[in-house]
Design a protein around this ligand. Structure first.
Ligand code: ZN
Length: 161
């Protein structure tokens, strides 16, 4: 079965940056299962996998704009330390939920701790990074009606609602 919209794809992936450092890999764990055409994976990768068959292997190179976006220096903020009162064990690299003025939540990472200021970065950790995915397609099946209505995969490797 060929990969196209509304198919459930199971794949192994091995992700490296431009320096060849391994950022993530499914090889030591379970393969990734996702719903094709639902925006569950980055746009450039989804496009590159369209029309592949079970057993196919491919290498996909993506610029930041096709993956997690360009790095935006405006998304670094200096927040007064007193706003973090009540949060124990602040440390560099820690991930926190923040809320914008409209009440939307988003994730920030602490990049620096100063005496009176905490520097946080709301960029995705892979923003600005050129990515290379080595992919092996393990399985392709039809999505169920329920998966299509939810926009994600259920069962092994997926959501359990
Ligand atoms: Zn669901």
């Amino acid at each position: 079965m060929i990969i196209q919209n509304d198919k459930v794809v199971t794949m192994h992936y091995h992700l490296t940056n431009a320096d060849g450092e391994v950022l993530d890999s499914s090889r030591e764990s379970e393969p990734l299962t996702y719903l094709h055409g639902a925006g569950n994976i980055v746009p450039g990768l989804e496009r590159a996998l369209t029309s592949l068959d079970v057993g196919a292997t491919t290498t996909v190179q993506l610029s930041p704009s096709e993956a997690y976006g360009e790095y935006n220096a405006d998304m670094i903020q200096h927040v007064p330390r007193k706003e973090f009162d009540g949060i124990d064990g602040l440390e560099v690299g820690m991930q926190l939920q923040a809320r914008d003025p409209n009440g939307q939540t988003f994730v920030v990472f602490i990049t620096e701790l100063r005496d009176d200021v905490v520097v946080v970065d709301a960029n995705h950790p892979l923003a600005g990074v050129h990515l290379t995915f080595d992919i092996e397609i393990v399985d392709v099946r039809d999505a169920t009606a329920e998966e299509l209505s939810h926009g994600h995969v259920h069962g092994p490797g997926g959501h359990h609602d």
